[in-house]
Design a protein around this ligand. Structure first.
Ligand SMILES: [Mn+2]
Length: 310
């Protein structure tokens, strides 16, 4: 089967419609379908931030039910499950505090906190697998590493996470569970604490002592070369060797396609083996798809970008 792998939508329904149109999908019998039988693969983060989140959810859900799409779980769907799920003592899997509300309130405004629709969408999020092995390629929201994928696979039944694994994935204290560490890596990617008490300032101006890693840069050996930070912040990242515990690259034998990273600039694959398809559709960037037709070396001419500036 050939696939159209689609990056993070974050409620931007107008970009989703434009991209599906441009890829050749047409609405028939209630769902978008491709005349050649291609399947759309959504990389997660359907919700939060954008203006028409339920429209995106209905569109994707209808495609899945029609057999014309599959979708994996992003960190925003995982967080949404936690935000809805009590874990005892008046607490939730994802704390209902101001910081988390800031990232989730547009979704909650649309569905209504603790409403029947809220519950129904959370139940649907639980049906999304955190990764898919599609034969010739593999997809996850942020990173593929065999050990963490194996941990998650062991926590799945009938193609979805078990309630028990999900509950374990919300446990941070006294120490994060294996389920939490695996979900963190696969849906949010690897991070490392900066040495010597150093910090950088993220795009909201918040000081942070941990950096996201451009894990696909197998050759990167220093914090500065590996860091995923705003360009102006690069000089403040130490040009010092990464600790041995940091693993760069992926051990997947097949090409890996992910979203999550809010890239900017002209859409390009990272290399022949890794494509990152999030080019900030949540902001002013385009929604990006990779049209995969069986090749084992990914290439830029298979990318389709619509609905944004770059
Ligand atoms: Mn994400």
């Amino acid at each position: 089967m050939n696939y159209d792998v689609i990056g993070d939508i974050h409620g931007h329904y107008e970009k989703l419609l434009a991209l599906l149109q441009s890829l050749g999908y047409r609405k028939r019998e209630g769902a978008f379908r491709h005349p050649d039988g291609r399947q759309a693969i959504f990389l997660g983060d359907l919700i939060d931030r954008g203006p028409l989140q339920e429209e995106v959810l209905y569109t994707v859900r209808d495609m899945i039910e029609a057999g014309s799409a599959r979708c994996i779980m992003g960190n925003h769907e995982w967080n949404a499950i936690g935000y809805f799920t009590p874990v005892g003592g008046g607490e939730y899997g994802k704390a209902r505090n101001a910081k988390n509300l800031k990232h989730h309130h547009v979704f909650l405004d649309q569905v209504g906190l603790d409403s029947a629709r809220h519950k129904a969408w959370v139940e649907w999020f639980k049906t999304l697998p955190p990764f898919l092995d599609l034969g010739g390629i593999q997809v996850a929201h942020a990173c593929w590493r065999e050990s963490e994928i194996a941990t998650i696979r062991a926590g799945m039944h009938d193609g979805k996470l078990t309630e028990r694994f999900l509950a374990e994935s919300f446990v941070k204290k006294p120490a994060p569970t294996a389920a939490r560490l695996a979900m963190d890596l696969v849906t949010k990617g690897p991070e490392v604490k900066l040495p010597d008490g150093k910090v950088f300032y993220d795009h909201e101006g918040t000081p942070r002592d941990e950096i996201r890693l451009q894990w696909w840069k197998e050759e990167a050996r220093t914090y500065r070369n590996a860091a995923m930070v705003p360009t102006l912040q690069v000089p403040s990242i130490p040009d010092k060797a990464l600790p041995d515990s940091v693993v760069m690259g992926t051990d997947s034998e097949k090409p890996v396609l992910v979203g999550h990273y809010w890239l900017s600039g002209r859409p390009e694959v990272r290399n022949g083996k890794v494509a990152v398809l999030d080019f900030s559709a949540a902001g002013h960037g385009p929604l990006v798809a990779y049209r995969w037709d069986g090749e084992q070396v990914l290439s830029n001419d298979k990318l389709v970008a619509v609905g944004g500036w770059y």
